[in-house]
Design a protein around this ligand. Sequence first.
Ligand code: C5P
Length: 218
Amino acid sequence: SAIPVIAIDGPSASGKGTVAARVAASLAWHYLDSGALYRLTALAALQRGLALDDEPALAALAAKLDVAFLEGMILLDGEDATETIRAEAIGEGASRVAVLPTVRTALLQRQRDFAHAPGLVADGRDMGSVVFPHAPLKIFLTASAEERANRRYKQLIAKGEKITLSQILQDIEQRDARDRARSVAPLQQLPDALLLDTTRLSIEQSVQFVLDHWRAVS
Ligand code: C5P
């Protein structure tokens, strides 16, 4: 399509969601948090007592998922799920349903429907490879596993979750391994994606990197 897309992919807890949302705000573009769709699918499945490897049931669920993205708020079946889907257990569930090819297919058009003028910033694992392969700017945003664990730890502790740093590091490494190893839409740095290693960068510096490169290609 003619709508410009900035595709930001990377591993969990890299900060790509924060950076993508700020780039979108700065350009006054739309924003897609694709991971939220996998998290919502996992949450809906758990609420319905579905097994997270029941592919036909999960694909049917994903296809008719009743979700709404409002101003900073995410609704599932009309109820506020903004905070619920950020739980570690839901992230873990999301990465399990995300290996299922027919679940991914069921969510594909819903993601593409976010592309509206004047543009879209989309973050996830396969924005540049599968969902928006023609995106004029693709970024692979990462940070060391230790730094990502630290960032996630601070977030979760602030929310009152009881979890240790080593547990988070283990979760993150397990999730990355699953996201990289799956046969459909694996997490990978594409040849045409720019590497943005944020280990030693602030959020502002990371946002600036993306904006500078967007100016250079547009
Ligand atoms: O980005 P976030 O941590 O919210 O994503 C949760 C999980 O959803 C990821 O670990 C990944 O398995 C899956 N996901 C995906 N493709 C995307 C976005 C997320 O497979 N585009």
